[in-house]
Structure formats: structure tokens, C-alpha cells
Design a protein around this ligand. Structure first.
Ligand code: HEC
Length: 288
């Protein structure tokens, strides 16, 4: 493990020497960031080191800690109503957790809404357990000394879909509408740099610093929006869900922060998720 960390540090040092790689701390240039300028061999060396480090960490996947915590939270009687979430319907019937993650976002008749998994669990916490929505959305993302319960719960529920194919339904008209709006949002250019999601994620071979940006318009890369999430990020060592990823990418885009658990985020996740349909989900993972 020590050796792996040393090698990882070496990879970072190598990256620092590559002048082509933009530093994300400096404000972005007006042009879309990071057209892969590095020679292919250099790029591959750095990426390979990350992959090795990730492989070593995955043997002892830190996400498992959050899965265990989430399972505990799922089964405990909690909230003002002192009930567990075991009656929560994640789309496959009350209490069915297996396979639910890879089949959301989906339409829920009781809420008359399309919901992604985080939104749905929050809904159950509110309706079944009696938590207040305002409290659930107050501090939604992990920080150095705090992991929201929802993050652990999502990680647990996601782990119960490990090894199953992504199968996000597109049957109900609201599911179809969510996909279409998600695609619109993905392509929508605005903000101080006139970026859309597609500016960074709509071409092959783009990168920012060490990070290769997936081309989310390509079927081949679509699973990257989904795979490994919820993810334990090596950067910062925090567990994050796709709600966080979307929020952070709006920030990268210099857009106003999207509402946590909002329609806009669900729509984007419907679009990205349904594009990954048919791929096998390997469970919560590790991200840079
Ligand atoms: C300014 C460039 C930029 C814009 C604009 C941008 N992103 Fe990202 N995106 C990134 C970076 C950087 C990463 C992190 C890549 C990494 O860590 O490997 C990322 C990662 C992601 C990931 C996770 C991919 C993975 O491999 O896990 C998803 C999904 C994503 N973005 C979606 C979006 C969506 C949706 C939008 C529009 C709301 C968007 N991005 C806008 C730069 C951008």
C-alpha cells in the first residue's frame, strides 16, 4: 500500500511537469478546456498509474464502510415516526432493495414524479419516517467531518445492484419527458464561458489536469457517467453520489448551483442513466 501511494505521488509529480495540463485552480480560459495536447505515451503513463492505484484501493474498497453504515441506517427505526425504511418502495415494491438502483430514475405514481434514487430515499425519509425535507436538504454533500445519511443510504442501496444490468425505464410519458429535458440541459450553452455539459463531455480525448473527460454523447463512454458512482473520491477522501457529481459539474460549467433533489438533476440523471442501459453495474467504487 505504501509503495502504491509512493507510485501515485510519482504520477502526480509527473503530471505537474506536463505543461499542457491546465491547473483547475486557475480560472478557465475562454476556450473549452483541455484539448488533449499531451503526447499519447505521456497521457497513458499517468493514466496507467492512476489505474494501478485504483486497483489496489479497490481490493479494500473504502465505499464498503459507507455501504455498511447505510444498511444500518436503512434497517434502524429512525425519525419522528420511529420506523425503518424497510417499507420504502424504491420502484420494485415496498422493501425491495435488490436491483432498485439500476432501475432509477423512474416514475413513482405515489409522488406523480420521476425520481432518482437519492430523491426517492429522501421522499421515504420524509413520508415514512417523518423527517423534514428542509433538514434533509440543508447540508447535502460530504465534507471532511460529515457524511450525510442520504449518502450512506444511497451507497447501500446501490451496492444491492452490484452485477446487475442498468435498466432505466422509458415507458411512462414522464420518464420519456425527463430524458428529453435531460438531453436539452446537457446541450444547453450559457454562463460566463458559454459552456454546456457537452463542451467538456461531448468530444473524445478531452482532459483537465489528470482527468480524462468521458465523451458522454458516445454510447461507448455513457457507462462512465454511471459506473463507480456513488464513489469514494481519492481527491479529498470523501464519499459522493451522482447528486454531488451533477452539482460539481454545474460549478465546473460556471452555472448557478442546481437545486439539490431538483427536477433538473433528476432529468440529467435520467438522460445519462438511460444512455447506459444494458451495461453491467459493478457497484459503488473509487473515483479520482
Ligand atoms: C468545464 C468542464 C466541465 C463541464 C462544463 C462539465 N463537466 Fe462533468 N466533469 C468534468 C470533470 C473535470 C470531471 C471529473 C473527471 C474525473 O474526475 O475523472 C467531470 C466528471 C463528470 C461525470 C463523472 C464521470 C466519471 O468518469 O465518473 C459526469 C457524469 C459528468 N461530469 C457530467 C456532467 C454534466 C451532466 C455536465 C453538465 C451539467 C457536466 N458534466 C459539465 C468537467 C466538466
Amino acid at each position: 500500500m505504501k509503495q502504491a501511494i509512493a507510485r501515485f505521488a510519482a504520477a502526480l509529480a509527473l503530471a505537474a511537469l506536463l505543461p499542457q495540463l491546465a491547473d483547475a485552480k486557475t480560472p478557465p480560459a475562454k476556450t473549452p478546456p483541455a484539448k488533449a495536447a499531451a503526447a499519447p505515451e505521456e497521457k497513458d503513463a499517468a493514466t496507467a498509474e492512476f489505474e494501478k492505484f485504483r486497483a489496489i484501493l479497490e481490493e479494500d474498497n473504502p465505499a464498503e464502510l459507507f455501504e455498511a453504515k447505510g444498511e444500518d441506517l436503512w434497517k434502524q427505526k429512525r425519525g419522528p415516526n420511529n420506523v425503518s425504511l424497510e417499507r420504502c418502495d424504491l420502484g420494485l415494491g415496498a422493501g425491495v432493495v435488490k436491483g432498485a438502483y439500476v432501475q432509477t430514475p423512474r416514475y413513482f405514481a405515489d409522488a406523480d414524479q420521476v425520481m432518482d434514487i437519492e430523491r426517492r430515499i429522501a421522499w421515504c425519509m420524509e413520508k415514512l419516517q417523518g423527517f423534514k425535507r428542509a433538514d434533509l436538504v440543508k447540508k447535502p454533500f460530504s465534507t471532511d467531518d460529515y457524511t450525510p445519511d442520504l449518502v450512506s443510504l444511497v451507497t447501500y442501496v446501490a451496492s444491492e445492484s452490484r452485477g446487475l444490468p442498468v435498466a432505466i425505464p422509458q415507458r411512462h410519458p414522464k420518464e420519456v419527458a425527463a430524458y428529453k429535458i435531460g438531453r436539452e440541459i446537457f446541450q444547453y450553452r450559457a454562463g460566463p464561458y458559454d459552456f454546456s455539459c457537452a463542451t467538456c463531455h461531448g468530444e473524445d480525448g478531452k482532459r483537465i489536469r489528470m482527468q480524462q473527460l468521458p465523451n458522454l454523447l458516445e454510447k461507448r463512454d455513457a457507462m462512465r457517467a454511471y459506473a463507480g458512482w456513488p464513489g469514494y473520491r481519492m481527491t479529498g477522501g470523501l464519499m459522493h453520489t451522482l447528486q454531488w457529481r451533477m452539482n460539481d459539474c454545474f460549478r465546473q460549467q460556471r452555472f448557478p448551483e442546481p437545486g439539490y433533489l431538483s427536477d433538473a438533476v433528476t432529468d440529467l440523471l435520467t438522460y445519462l442513466g438511460a444512455n447506459a442501459n444494458g451495461n453491467i453495474y459493478k457497484g459503488p467504487g473509487i473515483k479520482r
